[in-house]
Write a protein that binds this ligand. Sequence first.
Ligand code: GBH
Length: 450
Amino acid sequence: MPDLQFPPGFRFGVSTAAYQIEGAVAEGGRGPSIWDTFAHTPGLTRGGDTGDVACDHYHRWESDLDLMARLGAGAYRFSIAWPRIQPTGSGPANPAGLDFYDRLVDGLAARGIDPLVTLFHWDLPQALQDEGGWANRDTAMRFGEYAELVAERLGDRVKMWITLNEPYIHFALGHVQGVHAPGLTMLSDQLPVVHHLLLAHGLGVSALRRASGAPVTLANNYSPVWPKSESDEDQLAAAMYDLVQNHLFTDPILLGQYPPGYEFLTTADVDSIVMEGDLEVISQPIQALGVNYYNPSLIAAAPEGDPLPFVRLDIEGYPKTAFDWPVVPDGLRELLVGLKERYADRLPPIWITESGCSYPDLDDQFRIDYIAGDLAAIRAAMDAGVEVHGYCTWSLLDNFEWAEGYEQRFGLVHVDFDTQQRTPRRSFEWYRELCTAAAPRPDLQGDPTG
Ligand code: GBH
Protein backbone atom coordinates (compact mmCIF):
# COMPACT_ATOMS: atom_id res chain seq x y z
CA MET A 1 0.00 0.00 0.00
CA PRO A 2 1.58 3.34 -0.99
CA ASP A 3 1.96 5.78 1.82
CA LEU A 4 -0.67 8.21 0.57
CA GLN A 5 -3.16 9.02 3.29
CA PHE A 6 -6.28 10.88 2.26
CA PRO A 7 -9.09 12.02 4.54
CA PRO A 8 -12.17 9.81 4.89
CA GLY A 9 -14.63 10.32 2.05
CA PHE A 10 -11.93 11.20 -0.51
CA ARG A 11 -12.82 9.44 -3.77
CA PHE A 12 -10.59 7.64 -6.24
CA GLY A 13 -11.90 7.05 -9.71
CA VAL A 14 -11.14 6.88 -13.42
CA SER A 15 -11.98 9.12 -16.40
CA THR A 16 -12.85 8.53 -20.04
CA ALA A 17 -14.64 10.42 -22.83
CA ALA A 18 -17.28 9.30 -25.33
CA TYR A 19 -15.54 9.80 -28.67
CA GLN A 20 -12.31 8.34 -27.31
CA ILE A 21 -13.82 4.97 -26.30
CA GLU A 22 -17.34 4.33 -27.58
CA GLY A 23 -17.04 3.62 -31.31
CA ALA A 24 -20.42 2.64 -32.84
CA VAL A 25 -20.60 6.07 -34.41
CA ALA A 26 -23.50 5.18 -36.70
CA GLU A 27 -25.51 3.13 -34.19
CA GLY A 28 -28.43 3.92 -31.93
CA GLY A 29 -29.42 6.89 -34.05
CA ARG A 30 -26.21 8.84 -33.29
CA GLY A 31 -25.61 11.79 -35.59
CA PRO A 32 -22.17 12.86 -36.82
CA SER A 33 -19.99 15.09 -34.65
CA ILE A 34 -17.21 17.46 -35.59
CA TRP A 35 -14.73 14.78 -34.56
CA ASP A 36 -16.15 12.31 -37.11
CA THR A 37 -15.72 14.95 -39.76
CA PHE A 38 -12.23 15.93 -38.62
CA ALA A 39 -10.89 12.39 -38.20
CA HIS A 40 -12.25 11.37 -41.61
CA THR A 41 -10.51 14.27 -43.32
CA PRO A 42 -7.26 12.86 -44.75
CA GLY A 43 -4.09 14.02 -43.05
CA LEU A 44 -5.57 15.43 -39.86
CA THR A 45 -5.03 12.53 -37.46
CA ARG A 46 -2.02 10.29 -37.02
CA GLY A 47 -2.18 7.47 -39.60
CA GLY A 48 -5.74 8.49 -40.47
CA ASP A 49 -7.02 6.99 -37.21
CA THR A 50 -10.67 7.66 -36.32
CA GLY A 51 -13.00 6.95 -33.40
CA ASP A 52 -15.24 4.73 -35.57
CA VAL A 53 -14.50 1.69 -33.41
CA ALA A 54 -12.20 3.02 -30.67
CA CYS A 55 -12.53 0.69 -27.64
CA ASP A 56 -15.92 -0.54 -28.86
CA HIS A 57 -17.14 0.46 -25.42
CA TYR A 58 -20.66 1.01 -26.80
CA HIS A 59 -20.93 -2.79 -27.08
CA ARG A 60 -18.57 -3.74 -24.26
CA TRP A 61 -19.78 -1.37 -21.57
CA GLU A 62 -20.86 -4.13 -19.23
CA SER A 63 -17.51 -5.88 -19.12
CA ASP A 64 -15.82 -2.47 -18.87
CA LEU A 65 -17.94 -1.75 -15.81
CA ASP A 66 -16.88 -5.10 -14.40
CA LEU A 67 -13.26 -4.03 -14.86
CA MET A 68 -13.98 -0.86 -12.89
CA ALA A 69 -15.66 -2.89 -10.17
CA ARG A 70 -12.55 -5.07 -10.00
CA LEU A 71 -10.51 -1.90 -9.68
CA GLY A 72 -12.66 -0.84 -6.75
CA ALA A 73 -13.19 2.57 -8.35
CA GLY A 74 -15.36 4.87 -6.26
CA ALA A 75 -16.24 7.08 -9.21
CA TYR A 76 -16.35 6.90 -12.99
CA ARG A 77 -16.15 10.11 -14.99
CA PHE A 78 -17.44 9.55 -18.50
CA SER A 79 -18.91 11.84 -21.11
CA ILE A 80 -22.18 11.76 -22.97
CA ALA A 81 -22.02 12.09 -26.74
CA TRP A 82 -24.32 15.02 -27.53
CA PRO A 83 -25.02 13.61 -31.03
CA ARG A 84 -26.40 10.42 -29.44
CA ILE A 85 -28.94 12.50 -27.50
CA GLN A 86 -29.69 15.00 -30.26
CA PRO A 87 -28.34 13.75 -33.60
CA THR A 88 -28.49 17.24 -35.10
CA GLY A 89 -27.91 19.15 -31.87
CA SER A 90 -31.46 20.36 -31.34
CA GLY A 91 -35.01 19.11 -30.97
CA PRO A 92 -36.38 16.17 -29.01
CA ALA A 93 -34.18 13.52 -27.45
CA ASN A 94 -33.28 10.37 -29.33
CA PRO A 95 -34.59 7.64 -26.98
CA ALA A 96 -31.90 5.09 -27.92
CA GLY A 97 -29.22 7.59 -26.95
CA LEU A 98 -30.68 8.29 -23.53
CA ASP A 99 -31.30 4.56 -23.00
CA PHE A 100 -27.62 3.76 -23.50
CA TYR A 101 -26.49 6.16 -20.76
CA ASP A 102 -29.41 5.17 -18.55
CA ARG A 103 -28.20 1.56 -18.58
CA LEU A 104 -24.64 2.72 -17.95
CA VAL A 105 -25.67 4.78 -14.92
CA ASP A 106 -27.71 1.91 -13.50
CA GLY A 107 -24.84 -0.46 -14.16
CA LEU A 108 -22.54 1.80 -12.17
CA ALA A 109 -24.98 2.09 -9.29
CA ALA A 110 -25.27 -1.71 -9.19
CA ARG A 111 -21.49 -1.86 -8.74
CA GLY A 112 -21.30 0.92 -6.14
CA ILE A 113 -19.52 3.34 -8.48
CA ASP A 114 -20.56 7.01 -8.57
CA PRO A 115 -21.33 8.31 -12.08
CA LEU A 116 -19.68 11.71 -12.76
CA VAL A 117 -21.04 12.89 -16.08
CA THR A 118 -19.43 15.30 -18.55
CA LEU A 119 -21.89 16.76 -21.04
CA PHE A 120 -19.41 18.10 -23.58
CA HIS A 121 -16.04 16.49 -24.22
CA TRP A 122 -15.50 18.12 -27.63
CA ASP A 123 -17.89 16.10 -29.85
CA LEU A 124 -20.20 18.87 -31.03
CA PRO A 125 -23.00 17.72 -33.36
CA GLN A 126 -21.80 18.50 -36.89
CA ALA A 127 -25.14 20.14 -37.71
CA LEU A 128 -24.41 22.83 -35.10
CA GLN A 129 -20.95 23.41 -36.56
CA ASP A 130 -22.60 23.90 -39.94
CA GLU A 131 -24.47 26.80 -38.33
CA GLY A 132 -21.25 28.34 -37.02
CA GLY A 133 -20.52 26.13 -33.99
CA TRP A 134 -19.30 27.95 -30.89
CA ALA A 135 -18.89 31.19 -32.83
CA ASN A 136 -22.71 31.22 -32.95
CA ARG A 137 -24.47 32.30 -29.76
CA ASP A 138 -27.32 29.87 -30.53
CA THR A 139 -25.00 26.93 -29.81
CA ALA A 140 -24.95 27.98 -26.14
CA MET A 141 -28.77 27.97 -26.09
CA ARG A 142 -28.80 24.52 -27.72
CA PHE A 143 -26.39 23.28 -25.04
CA GLY A 144 -28.76 24.43 -22.31
CA GLU A 145 -31.60 22.45 -23.90
CA TYR A 146 -29.40 19.37 -24.29
CA ALA A 147 -28.37 19.62 -20.62
CA GLU A 148 -32.02 19.74 -19.64
CA LEU A 149 -32.89 16.59 -21.64
CA VAL A 150 -30.07 14.66 -20.00
CA ALA A 151 -30.75 15.95 -16.49
CA GLU A 152 -34.45 15.09 -16.71
CA ARG A 153 -33.57 11.49 -17.48
CA LEU A 154 -30.45 10.88 -15.35
CA GLY A 155 -30.63 13.65 -12.74
CA ASP A 156 -31.82 11.38 -9.94
CA ARG A 157 -28.77 9.09 -10.19
CA VAL A 158 -25.81 11.10 -11.46
CA LYS A 159 -23.53 12.12 -8.57
CA MET A 160 -21.76 15.07 -10.21
CA TRP A 161 -22.19 16.99 -13.46
CA ILE A 162 -19.36 18.45 -15.49
CA THR A 163 -20.73 20.86 -18.09
CA LEU A 164 -17.65 21.24 -20.31
CA ASN A 165 -14.33 19.48 -20.55
CA GLU A 166 -11.35 21.81 -21.01
CA PRO A 167 -13.00 24.67 -22.90
CA TYR A 168 -9.56 26.29 -23.18
CA ILE A 169 -8.09 23.29 -25.03
CA HIS A 170 -11.15 23.01 -27.27
CA PHE A 171 -10.81 26.72 -28.04
CA ALA A 172 -7.03 26.83 -28.50
CA LEU A 173 -6.41 23.53 -30.31
CA GLY A 174 -9.73 23.43 -32.18
CA HIS A 175 -10.31 27.08 -33.05
CA VAL A 176 -6.89 28.79 -33.04
CA GLN A 177 -4.25 26.16 -33.85
CA GLY A 178 -6.59 24.02 -35.93
CA VAL A 179 -5.06 20.72 -34.78
CA HIS A 180 -8.29 19.46 -33.18
CA ALA A 181 -11.86 19.53 -34.52
CA PRO A 182 -13.34 21.69 -35.89
CA GLY A 183 -9.88 22.53 -37.31
CA LEU A 184 -10.28 26.30 -37.40
CA THR A 185 -7.41 28.78 -37.34
CA MET A 186 -8.95 31.99 -36.10
CA LEU A 187 -6.25 34.52 -35.40
CA SER A 188 -8.53 37.33 -34.36
CA ASP A 189 -12.08 37.70 -33.09
CA GLN A 190 -11.78 34.70 -30.85
CA LEU A 191 -13.95 36.15 -28.10
CA PRO A 192 -17.28 34.84 -29.47
CA VAL A 193 -16.07 31.22 -29.23
CA VAL A 194 -14.76 31.79 -25.70
CA HIS A 195 -17.87 33.62 -24.56
CA HIS A 196 -20.36 31.16 -26.02
CA LEU A 197 -18.54 28.26 -24.37
CA LEU A 198 -18.80 30.09 -21.05
CA LEU A 199 -22.44 30.96 -21.68
CA ALA A 200 -23.15 27.31 -22.49
CA HIS A 201 -21.60 26.38 -19.16
CA GLY A 202 -23.85 28.88 -17.35
CA LEU A 203 -27.02 27.78 -19.14
CA GLY A 204 -26.00 24.20 -18.41
CA VAL A 205 -25.67 24.98 -14.70
CA SER A 206 -29.21 26.44 -14.68
CA ALA A 207 -30.71 23.40 -16.40
CA LEU A 208 -28.82 20.86 -14.31
CA ARG A 209 -29.61 22.53 -10.99
CA ARG A 210 -33.31 22.67 -11.95
CA ALA A 211 -33.53 18.99 -12.73
CA SER A 212 -30.98 17.37 -10.42
CA GLY A 213 -29.72 17.57 -6.85
CA ALA A 214 -26.15 16.70 -7.82
CA PRO A 215 -23.25 19.16 -7.62
CA VAL A 216 -22.24 20.86 -10.88
CA THR A 217 -18.79 21.83 -12.11
CA LEU A 218 -16.69 22.08 -15.25
CA ALA A 219 -13.29 20.51 -15.89
CA ASN A 220 -10.59 23.03 -16.76
CA ASN A 221 -7.10 22.22 -17.92
CA TYR A 222 -4.71 24.30 -15.83
CA SER A 223 -1.01 24.73 -16.31
CA PRO A 224 1.34 26.73 -14.11
CA VAL A 225 3.10 29.24 -16.31
CA TRP A 226 6.86 29.62 -16.12
CA PRO A 227 8.30 32.66 -17.92
CA LYS A 228 11.45 31.85 -19.91
CA SER A 229 13.38 34.79 -18.45
CA GLU A 230 13.14 37.95 -16.39
CA SER A 231 12.93 40.08 -19.52
CA ASP A 232 9.89 42.33 -19.88
CA GLU A 233 9.00 40.64 -23.17
CA ASP A 234 8.98 37.12 -21.71
CA GLN A 235 7.16 38.27 -18.56
CA LEU A 236 4.47 39.93 -20.67
CA ALA A 237 4.12 36.90 -22.94
CA ALA A 238 3.83 34.63 -19.89
CA ALA A 239 1.16 36.87 -18.37
CA MET A 240 -0.85 36.72 -21.59
CA TYR A 241 -0.53 32.96 -21.74
CA ASP A 242 -1.59 32.69 -18.10
CA LEU A 243 -4.59 34.85 -18.93
CA VAL A 244 -5.85 32.64 -21.75
CA GLN A 245 -5.10 29.22 -20.34
CA ASN A 246 -5.69 29.73 -16.63
CA HIS A 247 -7.94 32.74 -16.10
CA LEU A 248 -10.15 33.20 -19.17
CA PHE A 249 -12.38 30.22 -18.42
CA THR A 250 -12.36 30.61 -14.64
CA ASP A 251 -12.56 34.33 -13.70
CA PRO A 252 -15.96 34.82 -15.40
CA ILE A 253 -17.32 31.78 -13.54
CA LEU A 254 -15.86 32.38 -10.09
CA LEU A 255 -15.48 36.18 -10.11
CA GLY A 256 -18.26 37.21 -12.51
CA GLN A 257 -15.88 39.14 -14.76
CA TYR A 258 -13.36 38.56 -17.52
CA PRO A 259 -9.68 38.90 -16.54
CA PRO A 260 -8.27 42.39 -17.18
CA GLY A 261 -6.76 42.57 -20.66
CA TYR A 262 -9.07 40.05 -22.32
CA GLU A 263 -10.25 42.65 -24.86
CA PHE A 264 -7.39 41.73 -27.21
CA LEU A 265 -9.45 38.64 -28.10
CA THR A 266 -11.69 40.69 -30.36
CA THR A 267 -11.58 43.69 -32.64
CA ALA A 268 -15.35 44.12 -32.31
CA ASP A 269 -17.19 45.99 -29.59
CA VAL A 270 -17.11 43.71 -26.53
CA ASP A 271 -20.70 44.65 -25.68
CA SER A 272 -21.88 43.17 -28.96
CA ILE A 273 -20.62 39.77 -27.76
CA VAL A 274 -20.90 39.85 -23.96
CA MET A 275 -24.54 40.82 -23.58
CA GLU A 276 -26.27 42.24 -20.58
CA GLY A 277 -26.97 39.52 -18.00
CA ASP A 278 -24.58 36.98 -19.51
CA LEU A 279 -22.03 37.23 -16.72
CA GLU A 280 -24.74 36.58 -14.14
CA VAL A 281 -25.66 33.38 -15.95
CA ILE A 282 -22.01 32.38 -16.27
CA SER A 283 -21.13 33.08 -12.64
CA GLN A 284 -23.90 31.11 -10.98
CA PRO A 285 -22.52 29.11 -8.08
CA ILE A 286 -20.83 25.85 -8.92
CA GLN A 287 -20.41 23.25 -6.22
CA ALA A 288 -16.96 22.00 -7.19
CA LEU A 289 -14.11 22.92 -9.54
CA GLY A 290 -12.75 20.20 -11.84
CA VAL A 291 -9.00 20.40 -12.44
CA ASN A 292 -7.23 18.49 -15.23
CA TYR A 293 -3.46 18.60 -14.88
CA TYR A 294 -0.71 17.40 -17.21
CA ASN A 295 2.26 19.76 -17.07
CA PRO A 296 3.50 23.35 -16.66
CA SER A 297 4.05 25.72 -19.58
CA LEU A 298 7.39 27.39 -20.27
CA ILE A 299 6.58 30.61 -22.13
CA ALA A 300 8.65 33.13 -24.08
CA ALA A 301 7.77 36.11 -26.24
CA ALA A 302 7.11 35.08 -29.83
CA PRO A 303 9.62 36.09 -32.47
CA GLU A 304 8.72 39.16 -34.55
CA GLY A 305 6.08 38.35 -37.16
CA ASP A 306 4.51 35.39 -35.30
CA PRO A 307 0.72 35.39 -35.36
CA LEU A 308 0.48 34.75 -31.59
CA PRO A 309 2.22 36.84 -28.91
CA PHE A 310 3.75 33.88 -27.02
CA VAL A 311 5.49 30.57 -27.72
CA ARG A 312 5.54 27.41 -25.59
CA LEU A 313 9.04 25.98 -25.18
CA ASP A 314 10.24 22.49 -24.27
CA ILE A 315 10.77 22.01 -20.57
CA GLU A 316 14.16 20.38 -20.04
CA GLY A 317 15.56 18.63 -17.01
CA TYR A 318 12.55 16.48 -16.14
CA PRO A 319 11.61 12.93 -17.11
CA LYS A 320 9.38 12.73 -20.19
CA THR A 321 6.34 10.54 -20.81
CA ALA A 322 6.04 8.46 -23.99
CA PHE A 323 4.22 11.49 -25.42
CA ASP A 324 7.31 13.58 -24.59
CA TRP A 325 5.45 15.61 -21.99
CA PRO A 326 7.56 16.67 -18.98
CA VAL A 327 6.76 15.02 -15.67
CA VAL A 328 6.46 17.79 -13.07
CA PRO A 329 4.19 16.66 -10.25
CA ASP A 330 4.97 19.72 -8.16
CA GLY A 331 3.28 21.79 -10.87
CA LEU A 332 0.00 20.37 -9.61
CA ARG A 333 0.67 21.61 -6.09
CA GLU A 334 1.74 24.95 -7.53
CA LEU A 335 -1.46 25.36 -9.55
CA LEU A 336 -3.77 24.25 -6.72
CA VAL A 337 -2.19 26.69 -4.29
CA GLY A 338 -2.36 29.34 -7.03
CA LEU A 339 -6.10 28.76 -7.49
CA LYS A 340 -6.61 29.19 -3.75
CA GLU A 341 -4.62 32.43 -3.77
CA ARG A 342 -6.48 33.89 -6.75
CA TYR A 343 -10.03 32.84 -5.88
CA ALA A 344 -9.85 32.61 -2.07
CA ASP A 345 -13.34 32.19 -0.62
CA ARG A 346 -14.89 31.94 -4.08
CA LEU A 347 -13.04 28.70 -4.79
CA PRO A 348 -15.33 25.70 -4.37
CA PRO A 349 -13.93 22.31 -3.34
CA ILE A 350 -11.69 20.85 -6.03
CA TRP A 351 -11.90 17.56 -7.84
CA ILE A 352 -8.95 16.40 -9.87
CA THR A 353 -10.92 15.28 -12.92
CA GLU A 354 -7.87 14.15 -14.93
CA SER A 355 -4.18 13.40 -14.44
CA GLY A 356 -2.19 10.68 -16.14
CA CYS A 357 0.47 9.83 -18.66
CA SER A 358 1.13 7.98 -21.87
CA TYR A 359 3.25 4.90 -21.27
CA PRO A 360 2.98 1.71 -23.32
CA ASP A 361 4.36 -1.23 -21.29
CA LEU A 362 2.25 -3.61 -19.24
CA ASP A 363 4.86 -3.39 -16.51
CA ASP A 364 4.38 0.32 -16.01
CA GLN A 365 6.24 1.45 -12.91
CA PHE A 366 6.52 4.74 -14.80
CA ARG A 367 2.74 5.29 -14.60
CA ILE A 368 2.65 4.22 -10.94
CA ASP A 369 5.32 6.78 -10.11
CA TYR A 370 3.50 9.38 -12.17
CA ILE A 371 0.18 8.94 -10.37
CA ALA A 372 1.86 8.66 -6.99
CA GLY A 373 3.70 11.91 -7.72
CA ASP A 374 0.49 13.73 -8.56
CA LEU A 375 -1.23 12.32 -5.48
CA ALA A 376 1.63 13.48 -3.27
CA ALA A 377 1.33 16.94 -4.85
CA ILE A 378 -2.40 16.95 -4.08
CA ARG A 379 -1.67 15.96 -0.49
CA ALA A 380 0.83 18.80 -0.21
CA ALA A 381 -1.76 21.28 -1.55
CA MET A 382 -4.32 19.96 0.92
CA ASP A 383 -1.83 20.44 3.75
CA ALA A 384 -1.47 24.03 2.51
CA GLY A 385 -5.22 24.56 2.91
CA VAL A 386 -6.66 23.61 -0.49
CA GLU A 387 -9.82 21.50 -0.25
CA VAL A 388 -9.71 18.54 -2.65
CA HIS A 389 -12.48 15.95 -2.63
CA GLY A 390 -11.51 13.40 -5.25
CA TYR A 391 -9.14 12.20 -7.94
CA CYS A 392 -9.98 10.58 -11.28
CA THR A 393 -7.03 9.28 -13.21
CA TRP A 394 -6.84 9.55 -17.00
CA SER A 395 -7.59 6.93 -18.14
CA LEU A 396 -9.25 3.56 -17.53
CA LEU A 397 -8.42 2.29 -21.03
CA ASP A 398 -5.97 3.07 -23.80
CA ASN A 399 -8.10 5.08 -26.22
CA PHE A 400 -8.35 7.40 -29.21
CA GLU A 401 -5.96 10.20 -28.28
CA TRP A 402 -7.51 12.75 -30.65
CA ALA A 403 -5.10 13.93 -33.38
CA GLU A 404 -2.53 11.41 -32.09
CA GLY A 405 -4.77 8.44 -32.85
CA TYR A 406 -4.08 5.19 -31.01
CA GLU A 407 -0.32 5.56 -30.60
CA GLN A 408 -0.38 7.18 -27.14
CA ARG A 409 -1.48 4.88 -24.34
CA PHE A 410 -2.98 6.46 -21.24
CA GLY A 411 -4.77 3.40 -19.81
CA LEU A 412 -4.49 1.53 -16.54
CA VAL A 413 -5.72 -1.16 -18.89
CA HIS A 414 -3.99 -2.00 -22.17
CA VAL A 415 -6.26 -2.38 -25.19
CA ASP A 416 -5.33 -4.48 -28.22
CA PHE A 417 -7.13 -2.52 -30.93
CA ASP A 418 -7.19 -5.53 -33.30
CA THR A 419 -8.90 -7.92 -30.90
CA GLN A 420 -10.34 -5.43 -28.37
CA GLN A 421 -8.77 -7.52 -25.65
CA ARG A 422 -8.28 -5.66 -22.37
CA THR A 423 -5.20 -6.44 -20.24
CA PRO A 424 -4.76 -4.63 -16.93
CA ARG A 425 -1.31 -3.12 -16.51
CA ARG A 426 0.63 -3.33 -13.27
CA SER A 427 -0.62 0.20 -12.44
CA PHE A 428 -4.16 -1.23 -12.38
CA GLU A 429 -3.23 -3.52 -9.49
CA TRP A 430 -1.43 -0.69 -7.72
CA TYR A 431 -4.37 1.70 -8.15
CA ARG A 432 -6.75 -1.04 -7.01
CA GLU A 433 -5.05 -1.13 -3.61
CA LEU A 434 -5.48 2.61 -3.31
CA CYS A 435 -9.17 2.49 -4.29
CA THR A 436 -10.06 -0.41 -2.06
CA ALA A 437 -8.26 1.05 0.95
CA ALA A 438 -10.29 4.30 0.68
CA ALA A 439 -12.85 4.81 3.44
CA PRO A 440 -16.59 4.60 2.69
CA ARG A 441 -17.92 7.67 0.90
CA PRO A 442 -20.89 9.84 1.87
CA ASP A 443 -23.56 10.45 -0.79
CA LEU A 444 -22.57 13.36 -3.05
CA GLN A 445 -26.17 14.16 -3.93
CA GLY A 446 -26.95 14.83 -0.29
CA ASP A 447 -23.85 16.94 0.25
CA PRO A 448 -24.47 20.54 -0.80
CA THR A 449 -20.76 21.31 -1.02
CA GLY A 450 -20.12 18.38 -3.32
C1 GBH B 1 -6.94 16.00 -21.92
O1 GBH B 1 -6.42 17.05 -22.65
C2 GBH B 1 -8.25 15.60 -22.51
O2 GBH B 1 -9.33 16.01 -21.70
C3 GBH B 1 -8.35 14.13 -22.81
O3 GBH B 1 -9.42 13.92 -23.67
C4 GBH B 1 -7.04 13.63 -23.35
O4 GBH B 1 -7.11 12.32 -23.83
C5 GBH B 1 -6.03 13.73 -22.26
O5 GBH B 1 -5.97 15.02 -21.75
C6 GBH B 1 -4.62 13.31 -22.67
O6 GBH B 1 -4.13 14.16 -23.65
O7 GBH B 1 3.31 20.52 -25.14
O8 GBH B 1 4.38 18.76 -23.92
O9 GBH B 1 3.71 20.71 -22.76
C7 GBH B 1 -5.10 17.42 -22.31
C8 GBH B 1 -4.63 18.68 -22.98
C9 GBH B 1 -2.86 19.75 -24.11
C10 GBH B 1 -2.42 18.75 -21.96
C11 GBH B 1 -1.40 19.77 -24.39
C12 GBH B 1 -0.93 18.82 -22.24
C13 GBH B 1 0.79 20.19 -23.44
C14 GBH B 1 1.80 19.10 -23.56
N1 GBH B 1 -3.21 18.71 -23.17
N2 GBH B 1 -0.62 19.85 -23.17
S1 GBH B 1 3.41 19.79 -23.87
